[in-house]
Structure formats: C-alpha cells, structure tokens
Design a protein around this ligand. Structure first.
Ligand SMILES: Nc1ncnc2c1ncn2[C@@H]1O[C@H](COP(=O)(O)OP(=O)(O)OP(=O)(O)O)[C@@H](O)[C@H]1O
Length: 550
C-alpha cells in the first residue's frame, strides 16, 4: 500500500470520531464566549442564574476533557501513521533489487523519511484547522446575532487584511525556493569538503578554490537571501499582529458611530475578536502546511513508484539454499546498464557453466565487465536477456532471493556491519571461528572476549577484507564469490591466500569464483575466464599449474 493510501485509510477511520469531538469542543468554546460576554454585560445565564459559577466550571471542565481526548487521539493517530510509513519504507527497501537501490540513491531514502514526517502530521494540522474554523464560525455567528451590519463590516476588514497577508507570504516563497536551491548546492560542496578532506589538505589551489569560489560564495548568497526573507517575514508577522489592532480600533471607534453599537455590544465584539486571534493563527498555518504536504506527496509518489516496480521481483521464495550445490549455468545471458538504449556499457550474450569444486578466476582489463559479471553471478543484477540455472533449476523472479542466498560474496567495496545480523557465535568457544581467524592470520588482532556484537571495524583495508572473508566462511555456503579480494593483501599473504587458502577451501568442498588481476597466481585456479570489452574472449582450463589456451 502506498503512502497516500495509508494516510487516507487511517484518516478515514479517524475522521468521524475526530469531527464529532472537534465540533463538540468548538461549540463548548463558543458557548464559553457567549457566557463570558453575557456575564460582562450583566446578563446572567437564563437557567439557574444563582449557579452561574458552576455552569462556567462545567463548561470549562468539559472543554478541557474534550481537548485532552482530541489531542491524545491525534498524537496516537500521527504516531501510528508515522510507524506505518516507516514500515512501508523499510519493507520496500528490503525487497528492492540491488539495481533499483543503486539507481535510487541514499539521499532519496533520507528525503522520503523526512517527507513521511510532514505527511504524518498533516491530519493533525488539518483537524486543528477544522476545529479552528468551527470556532471562527461560532464567533461570527454570535457577532451577526448581536449586530449583523457591524459583523459584516468586521468580516470584510478581516478578510481584506488576511488576503494582504497571504499575498505577501506567497512573495516570500520564491525567495525560499532560491534559498533551498543554494542549500542543496552547499551540501554538495560540503560533502566534497568532508569526504575529500585528505585530498583538499594535499593541494593549496584546491583548498582555496573550494572555499573561495564555492563554499564562501554560496554562503554569502545564502546569507543575503536569508536576511531579505527574514526581514520580509518579520514585516509580515508584524503586519499580521498589528492587523488585530486595526480591527480592534475599528470596533472601538468606527462601529459605535457607524452602526450605533452600545458599550455592551462593543465590548462583546472586542472580546470575540480577541477570542478569534488563536483560531485564525491556526488557519494561517494551513497555507505553508498545504504546500509542504503537496511537495512531500509528489516526492513520495516518485519514491513509491520506483520501489513498487521492484516488489514483484521478490514476490515469493523457493528454497534453493538448502540443496547441495551442483552447478550454475548461464544461457544467452546479457546485461545492459542502460536497459536497452544502445548507450553505455553492456555485457554481450554469453553461455557458461560452473561446476561444483571449481576454482574459477575471472580476469580482464579495467572496465571489461568482470564486476558486472560478478553481480549477475551473485544475483544482485538480473540479466537483460537469457537465463540462469542453479542445479538445472531456472532462476526466476520468484527465487532470486534464494539464489543469492545460496552463495557468499565479498565485494570490492565490502561493508562490515555494526551488529551481528547473522547471529554468529562470536566467542572463543566457536571452533570454526577460531579456525578461520587462524587461517586469515588475524589471531593477534581479533580478541574474542565473548561480549562483542561484532569483531570490530577499525582495521586496515587488507584486514577488513580478511574479516569479511571470515564472516563469509562462517555462513557455510558452498559457493563463494570474491571480487579482487587479494588486491589489498601484502605479497606474503597474497601468495599464502592463493597457494594455501584456496586449495584448502576447495578441499572443504567450496566452489570459488574469484575476480582477479593477479596473473602470477593463475596456476592456482582450475579455470580462467577472460573478459574484454563486455565479452568473454577466452575460457581456459588449468592443468598441472598451466593455463591451457583454447
Ligand atoms: N552503475 C553503473 N551504471 C552504468 N555503467 C556502469 C555502472 N557500473 C559500471 N558501469 C560501467 O560498466 C563497465 C564495466 O564495469 P565493471 O565494473 O564491470 O568493470 P571491471 O572489469 O570490473 O573493471 P575493474 O577491473 O576496473 O574493476 C565500465 O565501463 C563502467 O563504466
């Protein structure tokens, strides 16, 4: 279900209850106003005049209880909507394919989370405005009842002032948009400053340029617009608040002369006008809220449609991970980053079969398509054309999740998690863990005190890769995909990895597909597949340590 559907569904459930409560409370407020005005005018309540103080307490208490229920209900409703939105975002992201996640980008996820907050508060703002509107209606009903011409005059003056205020606020909006554009550019340069700090420290020209030509210029423009808009805002707010004095002045000095209002009616008008300040301020917040909600809905719809298209990719699961691995077969598989627009890189259609127990090295120059192939192999990318079979079972949208789950992978840009999501036993009692730590020569660095959530993150690049491989091995999957795993290892460990670790893993029944540039160790593979400009140009077995070219 989309965000707007959830919002409408939840709001619909609430609307009856909230309207009844809101209208009742507003009527109580209106009643209170009439009660106060009548008492000031020396006209006690017609029923039980001697108990007027009690009636006053009853109305105030009823209004308090009503307001309390209304506010508490809206708090619960807002938080329930927010919870549903957060769940929708997380669920959609969890089911998204890697390709769509890549095209979506992290910022869109953060923006969507912020947009859901705006949207979740919308029912509260609109219901408050509705209640304020009922109070305003009651107040004007009362004014028209006591002096229709005077009330019409006040209504006219207030409407004119309101239109003036709204038109001025609209003019500020254009400045705010310019401010937002500048802010986006500022964040981009700030990102360059924070992520490229090392690179900036290494060049005086670069360092000066980012500050003088970009950051400072942007901030100067931002400051000037901000001063302008803030002054305009301040003027508007002053006009807004002082407009009330205009209305009160007219009530005190013009209405008694023009419409012959006596003191009792003039004071009733004045108190009612004071009473109107709060509700009208609430109605005024509707304008910016409406704009913010409109923008958020548009952005969330885009986010929704981008991820909805993918939900179908992971509709159901068939468990492939539990079957013993036999083979992976590619039939006429191709891949395009541009999805058929004839531009950009594409992998030409290829056939390939990888059997259990093989150690396959995937080689080729930079940009030849090795990592793209690695993503296809591990199920993160889905073929543009052709089919993939695992153990002779065709992989379809329904079992892609399980296909990926049937293997472990360490990618070039691997990520070590902050928590033990796999539920590994990270203690010295785990013999398998101790064995892998030793295999990766990490015994001196990794201390297993039994309390840790993870084995840590603050390691050198090579150590992080070793740790990632330890985690991958702990998964006990039969197929392991490695993308330039040994690139960051020192020469001694690299040799040890190719000549001892890989054969040991093969002995344990693992099938390894390693993307590599390490041609010194091609003899450690059982097969070498070479890519060139998106094509497999050779597929050679290795016999007795020699690559047999075909
Ligand atoms: N997300 C992407 N969108 C569009 N094109 C991409 C994307 N990722 C990679 N490419 C393009 O695909 C081509 C192959 O990239 P790939 O990463 O598969 O090469 P590679 O053989 O692994 O290179 P290297 O040895 O440098 O890692 C490159 O030309 C690259 O520009």
């Amino acid at each position: 279900m989309g965000f707007l559907d959830t919002l409408i569904k939840k709001s619909k459930q609430a609307i009856g209850y909230v309207v009844v409560l809101g209208v009742f409370n507003s009527l109580l407020n209106g009643g209170l106003l009439i009660f106060i005005n009548s008492t000031i005018a020396g006209k006690p309540f017609p029923v039980f005049p001697q108990y007027n103080w009690l009636i006053f307490i009853v109305i105030v208490t009823a209004s308090l209880v009503c307001s309390r229920y209304f506010q508490a209900y809206m708090i619960r409703l807002t938080n329930n909507i927010l919870f549903d939105f957060e769940l929708t975002i997380l669920t959609k992201l969890r089911h998204a394919s890697y390709e769509d996640f890549e095209s979506l980008g992290n910022e869109k996820v953060y923006t969507a989370i912020n947009d859901t907050k705006v949207l979740a508060h919308a029912p509260e703002v609109f219901m408050n405005a509705f209640n304020a509107f009922v109070v305003i209606l009651c107040c004007f009903g009362y004014l028209f009842w006591i002096a229709p011409l005077g009330a019409a005059f006040v209504l006219l003056v207030m409407a004119a002032l309101l239109v003036f205020y709204i038109v001025r606020n609209k003019a500020i909006e254009a400045d705010l948009n310019r401010q937002r554009d500048l802010q986006n550019v500022y964040y981009k340069h700030l990102e360059d400053l924070l992520h490229g700090f090392k690179e900036l420290k290494m060049s005086i020209v670069r360092n000066l340029s980012i500050f003088d030509n970009f950051l400072i210029k942007n901030r100067e423009a931002g400051r000037n617009i901000s001063i302008g808009t803030s002054v305009k805002y301040m003027d508007n707010e002053l006009i807004g608040s002082y407009s009330w004095y205009i209305v009160m002045g007219i009530t005190m000095f013009v209405l008694p002369v023009m419409f012959h209002l006596d003191i009792a009616k003039t004071s009733a008008f004045l108190i009612t006008i004071l009473y109107l300040i709060g509700p009208i301020a609430i109605i005024l917040t509707l304008v910016p809220t409406y704009t913010a909600v409109k923008i958020s809905v548009q952005r969330l719809n885009v986010f929704d449609s981008m991820l909805d298209a993918l939900d179908s990719h992971t509709a159901a699961t068939v468990n492939l991970a539990e079957e013993p691995f036999d083979s992976i077969r590619f039939e006429g598989v191709s891949y395009r980053y541009d999805k058929g627009k004839e531009q950009g890189f594409h992998l030409e259609p290829f056939d390939l079969a990888i059997q259990r127990g093989e150690i396959v090295f995937v080689t080729g120059g930079n940009g030849s398509g090795k990592s793209t192939f690695g993503y296809l192999l591990s199920g993160l990318y889905r073929p543009y054309s052709g089919k993939i079979y695992l153990n002779d079972r065709e992989i379809s949208d329904k079992n892609y999740v399980n296909y990926s789950d049937s293997m472990s992978a360490v990618f070039t840009t691997n990520y070590l998690f902050n928590d033990n999501y796999d539920g590994f036993e990270l203690t010295a009692a785990n013999e398998q863990l101790s064995e892998y730590i030793e295999l990766m020569d990490m015994g001196k660095i990794l201390k297993l005190d039994g309390e840790q959530k993870t084995l840590g993150k603050k390691y050198s690049k090579g150590q992080q890769k070793r740790l990632a491989l330890i985690y991958a091995l702990l998964e006990n999957k039969e197929v392991i995909v490695l993308d330039e795993w040994a690139a960051e290892q020192d020469p001694r460990f690299r040799r040890y990895f190719y000549q001892q670790v890989l054969p040991l893993l093969k002995e344990k029944g693992k099938t390894i597909i390693a993307i590599t540039h390490d041609d010194d160790y091609y003899d450690c593979a059982t097969r070498i597949i070479k890519f060139n400009y998106g094509k497999i140009v050779s597929d050679s077995p290795v016999y007795a340590g020699k690559v047999v070219e075909n």
